[in-house]
Design a protein around this ligand. Structure first.
Ligand SMILES: [Zn+2]
Length: 322
């Protein structure tokens, strides 16, 4: 394994105890995907459009929209609604109005005269067959996954390279073509030093340049890209909890305490992770919760609270006193 593959492999080992990651690993090895209905496809289309237009800070709005039954824009309900009613349902979303327009256009394309659904459905079923094949997963599957992603991105309004992968992954049909969102690219920058600009992800060619690299490192590490995505997403989330600027490497707070690295060790506050800080006055190095960085004082020379450990407390097998 090369260095990049090793980093990915460590990420998975470290994150596989997180429930969402563990479930995804199980689903992708033993689980079978369900046949994609047009109702399920529509729901995921609505959510893909909303999530792409939504800043991560208001993801809770999207969460409750998705998880509070009944789903407000099922295909059946949507068909009975006026444009005004759709806009009303989406009014709390910052980009609710364009999404309402995209939905009207996409509904017409999918189920109106052009009947795009009659082309999409057989492709989804081919993905399902490949996904549930007993000899899967197989790296060759990415070819069909990419082809169907292109089909969606080319014909659906508001669906770009990221949203098309998001939609297919949500339907449980794909394992190699993943959505590269800002949390995942943040993780890649932090841990592999890949600088992926936000703009480049809107362009299909550069999107696939980065996705090819991710797939190749994952293959070398023996990790499915969709599992990597879930793990990096969780870690990216941990990294961005609290003030994101204050957890960037090199950030220096008003007391001269500098962020050295992210450790992935659990912190002492809810949902927090330990960062290694260094004191620019005396050189003391210690651990701190991400959320405390902005006001941290040096435990050595400024009377700050004691630092958090920078290593997991693993009992030493040579210690006879145990
Ligand atoms: Zn100090």
């Amino acid at each position: 394994m090369n260095a990049e593959q090793k980093v990915i492999s460590n990420l998975i080992n470290d994150a596989k105890s997180i429930r969402s990651v563990e479930e995804l690993i199980r689903y992708n090895t033993d689980g079978k995907a369900e046949a994609p209905t047009k109702e399920a496809f529509w729901m995921r289309l609505v959510l893909s459009l909303l999530s792409s237009q939504q800043r991560s800070t208001s993801s809770s709005l999207l969460d409750s929209f998705e998880k509070t039954p009944p789903f407000p824009l099922t295909l059946q309900t949507y068909e009975t609604m006026s444009d005004e009613q759709v806009r009303e349902v989406l009014k709390n979303f910052r980009f609710g109005k364009p999404v309402a327009d995209y939905l009207r256009i996409n509904y017409g394309r999918l189920f109106g005269n052009s009947n795009l659904w009659s082309i999409v459905e057989p492709e989804l079923n081919r993905l399902l067959e490949q996904r549930n094949n007993p000899n899967s997963p197989d790296i060759c599957h990415k070819n069909l996954e990419r082809k169907v992603s292109h089909l969606l991105a080319e014909h659906l309004k508001g669906i770009g390279p990221k949203q098309s992968r998001n939609l297919l992954q949500w339907l449980g049909l794909t394992r190699y073509e993943i959505p590269l969102d800002s949390r995942v690219t943040g993780w890649l920058q932090e841990n592999l030093g890949w600088y992926i600009s936000r703009d480049s992800l809107g362009d299909p060619v550069s999107y696939e340049f980065w996705l090819d690299r991710v797939q190749s490192v994952c293959e070398g590490a023996g990790v499915l890209p969709t599992v990597f995505d879930a793990a990096a997403f969780e870690r990216g989330k941990a990294m961005s909890t609290g003030k994101s600027l204050t957890t960037c490497i090199g950030y220096t707070n008003r007391n001269g305490q500098v962020v050295i690295r992210y450790t992935a060790l659990p912190g002492t506050d809810h949902g927090q992770t330990v960062y290694q800080l260094g004191c620019s006055l005396c050189g003391h190095v210690y651990g701190a919760n991400g959320s405390d960085i902005f006001e941290r004082k040096c435990p050595n020379c400024q009377g700050g609270a004691a630092g958090l450990p920078l290593k997991l407390a693993i009992p030493d097998p040579m210690d006879r006193s145990l």
